[in-house]
Design a protein around this ligand. Structure first.
Ligand code: FES
Length: 173
């Protein structure tokens, strides 16, 4: 297996003047950190808390978490980039997850994905320029009997047809 690497050493980090991990958040998270024998062990709960607050994990926020945990930023980034649940770039207001596992695939997921991508004018993994929609694929959601299925944020969508799904998207504010 080949690892795909990229040189991040010279990457430009967008910065805001206010810290993401402000004093109030540090105060809230200190008892979480104190539950662990080593500060680094609190990386996951802190990343979840930050993503809950900001919606994704900006590089500046990862650096601030690393400072708070007294570990190199690269180690927190290692953790954040390992899990698909963490967003390392901004996501849309509505994240559309289309199931690509076998039942949904047989029931038309490929053409559904093509239609949705065409409607939104983005590819899977991308976000519309207005920040409204992100299109993603996901593995089995456990609703195989009602395939094809997907999620709009947390809301399950079953027996999707391209036409009715696009109508649903058109009606989202
Ligand atoms: S295969 Fe799509 S929900 Fe199970």
């Amino acid at each position: 297996m080949a690892w795909i690497t990229k040189n991040s050493a010279g990457a430009h980090i967008e910065r805001q003047s206010e810290p993401y991990l402000n004093d109030e958040m540090k105060q809230e998270l200190t008892p979480v950190v104190d539950r662990y024998p080593r500060r680094q062990a609190a990386s996951l709960p802190l990343l979840h808390a930050m993503q809950e607050k900001v919606g994704w994990l900006p590089p500046q926020a990862i650096e601030e978490i690393a400072d708070f945990l007294e570990v190199p930023a690269s180690e927190v980034m290692d953790t954040a980039s390992f899990y698909e649940e963490f967003w390392l770039k901004p996501k849309g207001k509505y994240v559309i997850w289309l199931c690509q596992s076998i039942s949904c695939e047989i029931m038309g997921e490929p053409s559904l994905t093509d239609r949705v991508a065409e409607f939104l004018d983005i590819q899977v993994g991308e976000t519309t320029p207005d920040g409204k929609f992100t299109l993603m694929k996901v593995e089995c959601l456990g609703y195989c009997g009602d395939a094809p299925c997907g999620l709009i944020n947390e809301d399950i969508q079953q027996k999707i047809t391209p036409d009715n799904f696009i109508e649903v998207l058109k009606n989202l504010d």
